[in-house]
Design a protein around this ligand. Structure first.
Ligand code: GLN
Length: 508
């Protein structure tokens, strides 16, 4: 067979090639390792590429195909580096976990390993998943393969860029306030945050425990469902995990007849760029063409959601990150004379600026005199945000919005303005506060950069979301073709230049 096009191949197609004997797991894995070798010096998606292990394991899968035949066997995957992997360093892109070697494996990853997936490596992220651009990584800044001068989004920017750049067939990310959906949107791929509890958080290094969820980043909605089927379920090691009332089905819908979609007016007021708005409106027109209807709805507490999130998430983070003290894990400052100095220096050296900012905000919000004024009040706002959704879901089946108010922004353009960076998640983080499932699918380009379309549903409505997204995806017909151009390198021949300027993997 001819060379595999890793920029376009879906997991569904790859699986068929494997089953039909058109390609071996070793060949498939090699195609991704080759693409990593070709483009990684420009994209910087991975913190660690486990090339030798991947090559060896894929050969083993081929050899033991009889015993290892399973729905995911031999399919290569990338894992965000905040999920612990036994025997493979896990850093959260933080100096404090520099060479941390986990002694166990996150349940979601373990389930995939048990299904004989091939792990390609660990992907870059904002330190401890705090950020929206992957620029908060202490390791490197990942670039968006559509335009290397722009960010891939974050915090799962490494996973999103790896998939978009053809450096992974699919990937796992985590989403606390938008960190799967927003980078998926900016990189032109599919990303889904499941209902809170659907996927075990055991082994996901905690950022904000009541908001964090692991989920898929994939090239198609079908792949998203396929991966989600194999990472979910009740885990005795995570008491917040639950068995979904219905198993995740592989989507097949082609129409949206009878589907009622709500468009929250507060989300469209949230500084949405004209180009993003145009793609969103065009996608809503597709909803109608496919037999669905839409109405404007209101989520009146949206304007308080961001503030509540930036109390609750840092509060939980400040507690979760207390364990990184130089004694139990990772980095320890040298030459401290006493214990307190050792703690202070270790944390001072080990954490980056954004993580320190969150620890300070969170510690302050939880302190005795301020707890009720900040944390208590934020929790009450959270309840109101959830009730807003409950009310809306009495009238409509799904809620739709742009995933991100803007397309990918320039590297460095928001790093000095944390509040501008926090605005990136205005359409995604209310979903985490409410614990709901939501997907982002690519819905076209604006100025040559991908735009994401978000569908949000009631708790455990994954099948409804996946079916609707699947039908829409086919109608949209988005062409995944990142050009690896670099707009900072000088004028581009033919502005608006999407997609076809340079061949993937061509030397720059
Ligand atoms: N950007 C948001 C934050 O910085 C969300 C991050 C996430 O979902 N992990 O907290």
């Amino acid at each position: 067979m001819g060379a595999l096009d890793t920029l376009r191949l879906t997991a569904r197609e790859a699986k068929k090639l494997l089953v039909d004997g058109e390609v071996s797991a070793a060949e498939l894995t090699k195609a991704y390792l080759d693409q990593i070798a070709a483009v990684e010096d420009r994209v910087h998606a991975y913190i660690l590429v486990t090339a030798d292990n991947a090559a060896k394991y894929s050969t083993k899968v081929d050899r033991e195909m009889q015993a290892m035949r399973g729905p995911l066997a031999g399919l290569p995957i990338a894992i965000k580096d905040n999920m612990v992997t036994e025997g493979v360093t896990t850093t959260c892109a933080s100096r404090i976990l520099g060479n941390y070697m986990p002694v166990y494996t996150a349940t979601a990853v373990r389930q995939l390993w048990d299904d004989h997936v091939v792990m390609l490596g660990k992907t870059n992220l904002d330190e401890f998943a705090m950020g929206s651009s992957t620029e908060n990584s202490s390791v490197q800044t990942t670039r968006n393969p559509w335009d290397l001068a722009t960010v891939p989004g974050g915090s799962s920017g490494g996973s999103a860029a790896a998939v978009a750049a053809g450096e992974a067939l699919w990937a796992l990310g985590s989403d606390t306030g938008g960190s799967i959906r927003q980078p998926a949107a900016l990189c032109g791929i599919v990303g889904m945050k499941p209902t809170y509890g659907l996927v075990s958080r055991y082994g996901l290094i905690a950022f904000a425990s009541s908001l964090d969820q692991i989920g898929p980043l994939t090239r198609s909605v079908y792949d998203c469902a396929l991966l989600l089927r194999h990472i979910g379920g009740k885990d005795p090691r995570d008491t917040t995990s639950v068995e979904s009332p219905e198993a995740v089905e592989l989507p097949s819908a082609e129409r949206l007849d009878g589907l009622r979609v709500g468009i929250p007016r507060e989300y469209l007021a949230a500084g949405i760029e004209p180009g993003v708005r145009a793609r969103f409106d065009a996608t809503i027109a597709r909803v109608e063409e496919l037999g669905g209807t839409w109405v404007e709805v209101s989520l009146p507490h949206t304007e308080y959601a961001l503030s509540a999130y930036y109390i609750i998430a840092p509060a939980e983070a400040s507690a979760n990150l207390a364990r990184f003290d130089g004694v139990r894990y990772g980095h320890r400052a040298a030459d401290a004379d006493d214990l307190i100095t050792m703690y202070e220096r270790t944390r001072g050296e080990g954490f980056g600026a954004e993580v320190k900012r969150r620890i300070m905000i969170g510690t302050y919000a939880l302190s005795a005199g301020y707890y009720d004024a900040y944390y208590g009040r934020a929790q009450r706002v959270r309840t109101l945000v959830r009730r807003d959704f409950d009310t809306v879901f009495e009238q409509v089946d799904l809620v739709a919005s742009p995933t991100s108010p803007t397309v990918a922004f320039g590297v460095g353009s928001r790093t000095d303005d944390p509040l501008a960076m926090y605005m990136s998640d205005i359409c995604t983080l209310p979903v985490n506060l409410a614990g709901l499932p939501a997907i982002s699918i690519p819905c076209g380009l604006s100025g040559g950069l991908p735009v994401g379309f978000q569908l949000i549903g009631p708790a455990f409505s994954e099948n409804r979301i996946l079916d609707a997204a699947h039908a829409l995806e086919a109608a949209i017909g988005f062409e995944p073709a990142p050009a690896f151009r670099d707009s900072s390198a000088g004028p581009e021949p033919g502005e608006g230049g999407s997609a076809t300027v340079a061949a993937a993997g061509a030397p720059s």
